[in-house]
Write a protein that binds this ligand. Structure first.
Ligand code: B1M
Length: 212
């Protein structure tokens, strides 16, 4: 019988050693790396994301679950690469120019990874050009921009404009979020999507990638 449900459970409970050990056990038993990823690790992270959206769990629980997923991924990653399992897409992610807040952005990164997306984290205080050049260099389909200040969220517009100026509109989608950001602001600056929280960000990213 597949160990995927137990792996999902270990991720949900944030048991990093158990998650890694169960992944190893599943691999030893001949389970497919892609199944372990999707039915175990991603399934577990998805449940945590849904509970987070409903305020049934909070930031610490998400961080603990993400840490368990990361530990388990260390075991699984080489096997995924060997099996030729590709991520469903690539996103570059960062906090907008002038802004040093990164806790929410890091959560978003973890949820995107939990959804099977390769994340290139550009860090904080990221200039618009860097988002766009890194997206192009890494063949990313998504640029994710976070802002926590009303004074810096306006810089998100420059990211959208730089994508257009480089002729990448449509090829690279810009998604935005952060406490002061709203859907109305997203519409105003012409970004491709807004997500209010990290779990919704993973759903949005999949939608922008045309998955699900
Ligand atoms: Co700052 N800070 N801060 N701060 N800080 C706020 C944001 C503030 C609301 C506090 C307040 O006054 N009540 C206020 C902003 C006011 C405003 O603009 N309206 C503020 C201020 C003013 C400042 C400074 C200017 C203070 C000063 O120096 N005078 C300064 C600015 C520095 C700078 O950035 N240039 C500053 C500095 C800092 C610290 C460095 C001390 C620290 C940041 C540490 C760090 O991030 N490593 C800090 C912190 C911790 C906060 C508060 C307390 C917490 C922010 C946080 O991490 N929340 C914050 C007050 C508050 O929110 N209660 C505050 C938890 C996090 C999980 O939530 O980031 O919203 P959040 O992310 C959520 C969603 O928004 C969404 O998903 C996440 C998870 O659900 N999301 C996305 C986020 N990014 C997304 C991207 C997406 C999609 C969804 O797609 C790409």
């Amino acid at each position: 019988m597949s160990l995927a449900p137990q792996i999902a459970e270990a991720v949900m409970k944030g048991k990093n050693k158990d998650a890694a050990a169960l992944v190893q056990k599943a691999l030893d038993a001949g389970e497919k790396p892609a199944d372990i990823l999707e039915k175990g690790l991603i399934a577990g992270m998805s449940v945590v994301g849904e509970r987070f959206k409903k305020n049934e769990v909070y930031v610490p629980e998400v961080l603990i679950a993400a840490r368990a997923m990361k530990e388990a991924m260390k075991v699984l990653q080489p096997k995924l690469v060997a099996a030729g399992v590709k991520p469903i897409g690539t996103a570059v992610l960062g906090t907008v120019k002038g802004d040093l807040h990164d806790i929410g952005k890091n959560l978003v990164g973890m949820m995107l990874e939990g959804a099977g997306i390769k994340v290139i984290d550009l860090g904080i205080d990221v200039p618009p050009e860097k988002f766009v050049t890194e997206a192009a260099a890494n063949n990313a389909s998504i640029i994710g921009v976070s802002a926590l200040l009303t004074t810096t969220m306006t810089n998100m517009k420059s990211v959208v404009e730089t994508v257009k100026a480089k002729g990448l509109q449509g090829k690279v989608k810009v998604m935005i979020g952060g406490a002061p950001v709203t859907q109305a602001f997203c519409d105003e600056i012409g970004a491709d999507g807004y997500a209010p929280d990290a779990a919704s960000a993973a759903d949005l990213a999949k939608k922008l990638l045309g998955v699900n």
